[in-house]
Design a protein around this ligand. Structure first.
Ligand code: SAH
Length: 223
């Protein structure tokens, strides 16, 4: 939850609150039906995750650059990922791979008991940690500078795993870190991608395909 009154966070004004509510209305009109997800997107000050000149476009329905050739996802995509991940229930422990600006992790922090977010680019990880943990004081979020493709065995199993960068195949290590009944959401593919949901049912995995999306590719190793 945002604590108002410190540094950049104190710049959160009525204007951005109203613009954010309009964004939520567009998400609802666009088919997002889970009111808990809509409330989470309504609660996270998206403009703080976007640098300087582009912050005025924070509530437009677009993906925006966050530096290092990476992007913060389109609000509709963030909402769809959250909806698929949540399936109408409270999430226990979630792992996000590809934290980027930290925005999807911030939305997940409203939907889950504990959020672990991994980012391979050191400076993005540091910035996201500064904003989420220090400025917005999201006490249930932990941000690590790490290669997420091996998951986070020491905190596994996860009820939900969200992969925020495109992969043609799902690494076995990640499937192995999914709790029974758990759900993994990822953009699957390369040039053409779709959101894919993998549900663990006992020792089996059931896969369904959803919306077409466009994510940057997942890369190996941290930098
Ligand atoms: N969820 C982010 C947007 C993701 S952009 C947001 O809300 O802003 C994809 C991110 O995945 C990039 O920041 C990229 O550096 C990161 N990434 C790609 N491969 C990765 C890997 N193997 N481990 C961790 N992060 C990775």
């Amino acid at each position: 939850m945002a604590m108002i009154g410190r540094g950049r966070v104190s710049g959160v004004g009525m204007t951005s609150d109203r613009t954010r509510l309009r964004m939520v209305e567009r998400l609802r009109a666009g088919g997002i039906a889970d009111e808990v997800v809509l409330a989470a997107l309504g609660a996270v000050p998206r403009h703080l995750f976007i640098e300087g000149a582009l912050a005025s476009r924070a509530y437009d329905d677009v993906a925006l650059p966050i530096g290092f050739a990476q992007t913060i996802s389109h609000p509709m995509t963030v909402a769809r990922v959250a909806e698929l991940a949540r399936a109408g229930g409270q999430i226990g422990r979630v792992l996000e791979i590809g934290a980027g600006s930290g925005y999807q992790a911030a939305v997940l922090s409203h939907l889950a008991r504990e959020v672990y977010a991994l980012e391979r680019i050191a400076e993005l990880a540091a910035r996201a940690r500064q904003l989420l943990v220090r400025e917005l004081r999201m006490r249930n979020v932990r941000l690590r500078h790490a290669d997420g493709l091996v998951g986070l065995p020491e905190a596994a199993p996860f009820d939900v795993i969200v992969i925020s960068a495109a992969l043609p195949h799902i690494p076995d290590e990640l499937l192995g870190q999914l709790a029974p009944g758990g759900r993994l959401v990822l953009p699957k593919g390369a040039a053409e991608q779709r959101l894919c949901l993998i549900e663990r049912v006992g020792s089996r995995f059931r896969e369904t395909e959803h919306d077409p999306v466009r994510f940057v590719p997942a890369l190996i190793g941290k930098v």
